[in-house]
Design a protein around this ligand. Structure first.
Ligand code: PXL
Length: 274
């Protein structure tokens, strides 16, 4: 049977262990041929004090035109930090023109954390990402992103009822399945909550891990890449999200204290090869 590459659509941050520099090694380790569509080029991710940004949105129509002529198709797509409203709209063209039937669509909204939007983003950007939800098979917001997407006030600790309500509101927005990450539990642990639309009776499922108290830039990208990789291999969402959360916890433990800007996931990649 012909196999198709999967496509990851995100920025390239030259340094920062995020976006495509995470998705490529992780998806490759998981056995996928990973094609990329870089939506912007940054000197580093935006948690660095000084960051240059070049939006690549003007190049995307040329890439699409060439792909069209080559009659290219992808077996799945995973989107992360996209960077501009125009590029988010271009992503919809991928969904409609460049995927084989039943190709999984995984959307990680990536626009904020700790109750705030990342630098350079505003409500118009959030609104554009909101329009991707109904096409997605799985969306992977952190608590902040889930709150922005659903117009829910953000609170630092999120109780069970609030999490259930966030999943519910995302279903109203068209989400088939959602995983909410970075849920701080009252006992100090951290959790992800999984609402699997293909498995109605058991959801949402909460999966807790030890909270490693250190900067966790890029943790969401490692998490989302692993979930996407397992979904592309046909694994159930709950298993994929549990494995991804456990991996992130181990990678956080591996990361030296002075390494503030990303996760040292590289030495653990061999665990994903199975
Ligand atoms: O890890 C998420 C991410 C990805 N890409 C860029 C970012 C961030 C988070 O700050 O700035 C450019």
């Amino acid at each position: 049977m012909k196999s198709y590459p999967v496509l990851s659509v995100q920025d390239i941050s030259c340094i920062g262990q995020c976006s495509l520099t995470v998705a490529l090694p992780v998806l490759s380790a998981m056995g996928h041929e990973c094609a990329i569509l870089p939506t912007s080029l940054l000197s580093s991710h935006t948690a660095f004090a000084h960051t240059s940004i070049c939006q690549l949105e003007h190049e995307i129509p040329h890439i699409f035109a060439a792909w069209e002529k080559e009659d290219l198709r992808f077996g799945g797509v995973y989107t992360g930090y996209i960077g501009s409203v125009a590029s988010v709209h271009a992503v919809k063209t991928i969904f409609s023109r460049f995927l084989i039937a039943d190709a999984p669509i995984i959307v990680d909204p990536v626009f904020g954390d700790h109750g705030k939007l990342y630098r350079n983003f505003d409500e118009a950007y959030v609104e554009s990402v909101r329009t991707l939800i109904e096409s997605a098979d799985v969306i992977l917001p952190n608590v902040t992103e889930a709150c922005f997407l659903t117009n829910t006030p953000y609170t630092e600790s999120t109780d069970h009822e609030t999490v259930r309500m966030l999943h519910e509101k995302m279903r109203v927005l068209g989400a088939k399945s959602s995983v909410i990450t970075g849920i701080h539990r009252t006992d100090g642990r951290i959790a992800v909550s999984i609402d699997d639309g293909l498995c109605e009776e058991a959801t949402p499922v909460l999966h807790e891990t030890q909270h490693i108290d250190r900067p966790s830039h890029g943790a969401g990208d490692v998490f989302a890449s692993i979930v996407a990789g397992r979904i592309f291999s046909g694994r159930p969402l709950v298993c994929a999200a549990r494995e991804a959360a456990d991996f992130v916890c181990r990678a956080l433990k591996e990361t030296p204290d002075e390494h503030w800007y990303g996760l040292s996931f590289e030495k653990l990649l061999s665990e994903l090869i199975k």
